[in-house]
Design a protein around this ligand. Sequence first.
Ligand SMILES: Cc1cc2nc3c(=O)[nH]c(=O)nc-3n(C[C@H](O)[C@H](O)[C@H](O)COP(=O)(O)OP(=O)(O)OC[C@H]3O[C@@H](n4cnc5c(N)ncnc54)[C@H](O)[C@@H]3O)c2cc1C
Length: 231
Amino acid sequence: MKLRLAAPTRLIDLADIGGLKGITIQPAGIELGGMTPHRRVAQCAEVRAAIPALSSLAAGIGDLQVRNRGTLGGSVANNDPAADYPAALLGLAATIRTSTREIGADEFFTGLFETALEDDELIVSVQFPVPKRAAYLKFRAPGSRYALVGILVAQTNAGVRVAVTGAGAGVYREPRMEAALSDTFHPDALDGIEVSAEGLNADMHGSAEYRAHLVGVLARRATAAALENGG
Ligand SMILES: Cc1cc2nc3c(=O)[nH]c(=O)nc-3n(C[C@H](O)[C@H](O)[C@H](O)COP(=O)(O)OP(=O)(O)OC[C@H]3O[C@@H](n4cnc5c(N)ncnc54)[C@H](O)[C@@H]3O)c2cc1C
C-alpha cells in the first residue's frame, strides 16, 4: 500500500489468528507459521541449531522495528525482488502450506511482486527441510538493508541449490553454479562461471554489471560459509 501497488477498500487484520503463528521443530524440518515475525525466528534457539542460515537471514532483515512487525507470510506473499525470505524458501526447497493446498517454492515465486497465491488464499505456514549445510549472505543497500544481492547456497537431500535475490525481477536459481557445486562443494568449483548482467536490475544502488559481479563473489563466500558452519 505504501508503494501504491495496492489500494484495497477493506483490510483484514490477521494478527490475532493464533493458527498462523508459531514455530514447530521436527527432526526433518522446521515449520514456521505465516504470521511469525522475523524477530521470533531470529531469536529462536531451535531454529538457530537446526538451520543457522535461516536464523541469520531473519536476523539480518531490516532493523529491529521491521523485524518486530514484519512477518514471514507477508514477506513471502509480497515477493519483493530484494526481500531475503524468498531466497531461503527457494534455496532450501521449502513448501508453502496455504489455506487450500501445498505449493513447492519452485512453483511459488512467479515474477515481480507476483506469486502463485490466489486472491483468497492465505499462507498458513512454511515448511523448511533441514539441509546438510547452508549459508545466506547478502550485500545490503545501506538505507533499507534490503539485499542489493543476497545468495543462499545449500546442500540438501534434493541436491545443491543456489538461490539469488535482489539481482533480478524476482528470486531465481543459478543452475550452472548448482551443477558445479554438485560435483565439488567448494568455492573453487565456481571458478570460470561468468555471471551475465543481461536482465539484471540496475538502479541508484548499483548497475546490472555490479550486481552480476556480486552474485559471483557472494556465491563463493556463501559456499565457504556453508562449509565452515555446516548449516
Ligand atoms: C524500512 C524497511 C526495511 C525493510 N528491510 C527489509 C530487508 O532488509 N529484507 C527483507 O526481506 N524485507 C525487508 N522489509 C520488508 C519487511 O520485512 C516485511 O516483511 C514486509 O514489509 C511485509 O510486511 P508484513 O510482513 O507486515 O506484511 P503486510 O504488509 O501485512 O502484507 C504484505 C502483503 O502480503 C499479504 N499477506 C500478508 N500475510 C499473508 C498471509 N499469511 N497469507 C497471504 N498473504 C499475506 C498482504 O495481503 C499484502 O498483500 C523492510 C521493510 C521496511 C518498511
